[in-house]
Design a protein around this ligand. Structure first.
Ligand SMILES: Nc1ncnc2c1ncn2[C@@H]1O[C@H](COP(=O)(O)OP(=O)(O)OP(=O)(O)O)[C@@H](O)[C@H]1O
Ligand SMILES: [Mg+2]
Length: 227
């Protein structure tokens, strides 16, 4: 379970302070699925960044099964990010110097839990990779560069990269924003079925009613103020 209390993130804008995120209280039980909604600028991405340990909050607390995230030092945050978190960025963040297969393998390498030389050669890894490739329908794209793929294909590769390390918390920032309905459904089907099978928690920042309908819980953020 993750518990958030009085979480705040502020940014300076000249003499003024912008409240990027203000969330008095939230609880995310292990294995639950959440749509994070609210107007543009209400702090959806900021909340996901705080939970991923990519940025630090200015106030409040995030409590996790691993300890109090908001008190973690840099080493603990790095372990949290690399072992527990599967992050799907809105603009994919695939590396074009690498093939699709190498991009996905990188997801496992980045996880300290899997940072074992030769791990990608093991049967266990290959089985897992094959399952993800088949469910995401990207088997025939393995040796291509991301720039040669459609946006739907790139997003499916990004999902496979995030899930290959078997994260306990999946954070997806508008994962279907640029996809048609068929691809949106494919991405959300994989994300929700992974989380059910692995008892992982899913938070999806979204403006899309279809994506929201896949999540059984909703958290609504409001701009610059109170949730
Ligand atoms: N690095 C930053 N520096 C200054 N202000 C920031 C920074 N990051 C976010 N903000 C501000 O914080 C507020 C919340 O931003 P955030 O990106 O979390 O909103 P969002 O709900 O994800 O919006 P969208 O729906 O447009 O993606 C916005 O007013 C934004 O301009
Ligand atoms: Mg955002």
């Amino acid at each position: 379970m993750i518990t958030i209390q009085g979480l705040e993130k502020r940014y300076k804008d000249g003499d003024q302070e912008i409240v990027a995120l203000h969330l008095p209280y939230a609880e995310f039980d292990r294995g639950t699925q959440w749509a994070v909604v609210g107007p543009s600028g209400s702090g959806k991405s900021t909340l996901l960044h705080c939970l991923a340990g990519i940025i630090r909050a200015d106030g409040g607390q995030i409590k996790t099964g691993e300890g109090i995230l908001t008190d973690f030092d840099e080493d603990a945050l790095q372990s949290w990010r690399s072992i527990e978190i599967g992050y799907i960025f809105q603009d994919f963040n695939l590396i074009d110097a690498l093939t699709v297969k190498e991009n996905i393998e990188l997801g496992a390498y980045l996880s300290l839990g899997h940072y074992v030389s030769g791990y990608n050669k093991t049967e266990q890894f290959q089985e897992r990779l094959q399952h993800l490739l088949e469910t995401m329908d990207i088997v025939n794209l393995l040796n291509k560069r991301p720039s040669a793929l459609s946006r739907g294909e790139q997003q499916r590769v990004a999902v496979a990269r995030a899930l290959i390390k078997e994260p306990s918390l999946v954070l997806a920032d508008e994962p279907t924003a640029s996809l048609d309905e068929e691809n949106s459904r494919r991405v959300m089907d994989l994300l929700t079925s992974y989380c059910k099978q692995s008892n992982a928690t899913l938070l999806v920042a979204t403006h899309d009613p279809l994506t929201k309908s896949y999540c059984s819980n909703v958290i609504t953020l409001t701009k610059g103020g109170h949730a």
